[in-house]
Design a protein around this ligand. Structure first.
Ligand code: 13P
Ligand code: SF4
Length: 350
C-alpha cells in the first residue's frame, strides 16, 4: 500500500472516531471500494436524498458527484453543513442542461397557451431544479422515473423531461407513451440559444418533449456487446441501467437503478452468470461479493471519471479541515423553489 494511502486511512479513521455522531459520510454506489469502506450510508440517488432530513450530524460528507451534494444542501436542516471532497467531481450529463436555456425552452413551449410540466432527473443542477419548481414540476431518479412521469403527464398538457433522453424514452416505453407523441429537442439546445432551435409548432401535438442530454458512460454500452453475449452464452442474464440507450435496454433482461441492479444480483440463482451494464466500480464490487456463487461481469468496461475524483486522500484532507471548509450551499432564491421540486418527488414517492 502506498504511504499516502495508509496515511489517509489513518487520518480518516482517527477523525471519524473523534467526531462521532457529529459526522456522517454518505457514498454513492459508484464510489471505489476504498472510499465505500469509510462511508456510514451507501445508496442510489433516491435513497441518499431521502436520508438527508433524518440525519442529526452537523457535518455531512457526500462522496459522489456535485449534484448529489447540492441536492443534500437543498434538503439539509438548518445548521447542517454539506461537503464534497472534490468540488470538481461534476456529472457531465447534469452539465448538459443549463438553467437559463431550460427556462427559455419552457417559455417557448408555453407560448401557445399549453401548460408544460418540467420533470428533471435528479442528475441536474440546483438552478435547474429551481426552474422546475417554479413551473410546477418535479424531480425523478432512475428508481422512480415511471411513477414521476405518470404523475407529470396528469398535471398539464405535456411534459418536458430533462436532461437524459435515454431515461426519458425508456420510461416513456415502460408507460406505453406512443412514439408519435414524443419529440427529442435538437442537440443544439445543450449549448445554444433555444430561441434559434425550438418553436412552439415543433411540439404542438406532442405530450412528451425530451431534452437531448445523455450520460457519456452509459451511452458506451452497445448492441454489439449484447449480441456477442447472446450468441456465446445464451444462458447468461443481462441487466442494465436505464441511462443506456432504448435499444440496449430493450435487448436486456431487466433495467433499473443501481439499487435494482444490486437486488437483481442478490436474487439471481446460484450458478447464474449476469452481465451488468453500469459503472464498473459497482459491478466489480458485486462480482467480488458473489465470487464462487454466481458469475458477475461488466457488460463493457466503463468508469465514471467524475465519481473517481473522490479519493481517500481528498476525503482525508477535507476531514482535516472540516471545521473551516466552506460547505456546499445554494442561495435562498434557488434553494426554495428547488426544495419544492424535490419535496414534491419525496411526497409522491413516500
Ligand atoms: P442511481 O440513481 O441509479 O444511483 O444512478 C445515478 C447515476 O448517476 C447513474 O449514472
Ligand atoms: Fe453522471 Fe453518468 Fe457519471 Fe452517473 S455515470 S454521474 S450520469 S456521468
Amino acid at each position: 500500500m502506498e504511504k499516502s494511502v495508509s496515511k489517509a486511512i489513518e487520518t480518516i479513521n482517527q477523525i471519524r472516531k473523534a467526531m462521532g455522531d457529529r459526522l456522517a459520510i454518505l457514498g454513492h454506489h459508484y464510489q471505489s471500494d476504498a472510499v465505500i469502506a469509510h462511508t456510514d450510508i451507501r445508496g442510489d440517488s433516491l435513497e441518499l436524498s431521502r436520508k438527508i432530513s433524518g440525519l442529526d450530524a452537523e457535518h455531512i460528507i457526500f462522496c459522489g458527484v456535485y449534484f448529489m451534494a447540492e441536492s443534500a444542501a437543498i434538503l439539509r436542516r438548518s445548521g447542517q453543513k454539506i461537503h464534497i471532497p472534490d468540488v470538481n467531481a461534476t456529472c457531465p450529463m447534469a452539465d448538459m442542461a443549463e438553467a437559463g436555456r431550460v427556462e427559455k425552452t419552457l417559455e417557448i413551449l408555453q407560448t401557445n397557451g399549453r401548460k408544460i410540466i418540467p420533470l428533471t432527473y435528479v442528475n441536474s443542477s440546483a438552478a435547474v431544479k429551481a426552474v422546475v419548481g417554479q413551473y410546477d414540476g418535479s424531480v425523478c431518479t432512475s428508481a422512480n422515473a415511471k411513477i414521476m412521469l405518470e404523475w407529470a403527464l396528469k398535471q398539464g398538457d405535456g411534459v418536458l423531461f430533462l436532461p437524459d433522453k435515454h431515461l426519458a424514452r425508456n420510461t416513456a416505453n415502460a408507460l406505453n407513451v406512443p412514439d408519435e407523441t414524443c419529440i427529442i429537442l435538437p442537440e443544439d439546445v445543450i449549448e445554444g440559444d433555444p430561441t434559434l432551435f425550438v418553436t412552439p409548432a415543433m411540439t404542438d401535438d406532442k405530450q412528451f418533449v425530451i431534452w437531448p442530454g445523455y450520460c457519456p458512460i452509459h451511452e458506451e454500452f452497445t448492441m454489439d456487446a449484447i449480441k456477442n453475449i447472446r450468441a456465446n452464452e445464451p444462458n447468461a442474464l443481462i441487466v442494465v441501467h436505464p441511462e443506456c440507450s432504448p435499444e440496449v435496454v430493450q435487448a436486456s433482461d431487466g433495467n433499473g437503478s443501481t439499487t435494482y441492479l444490486i437486488k437483481y444480483a442478490a436474487k439471481a440463482a446460484q450458478g447464474a452468470t449476469i452481465y451488468i451494464g453500469t459503472e464498473e466500480n459497482l459491478v466489480m464490487r458485486l462480482a467480488a461479493k458473489y465470487k464462487g456463487e454466481k458469475t458477475i461481469r461488466p457488460l463493457m468496461k466503463s468508469q465514471c471519471e467524475d465519481m473517481g475524483k473522490i479519493t481517500l486522500e481528498n476525503l482525508a484532507s477535507l476531514l482535516e479541515n472540516i471545521e473551516n471548509s466552506p460547505p456546499v450551499d445554494v442561495s435562498n432564491d434557488i434553494r426554495e423553489p428547488a426544495r419544492l421540486a424535490l419535496e414534491r418527488m419525496l411526497e409522491i414517492c413516500a
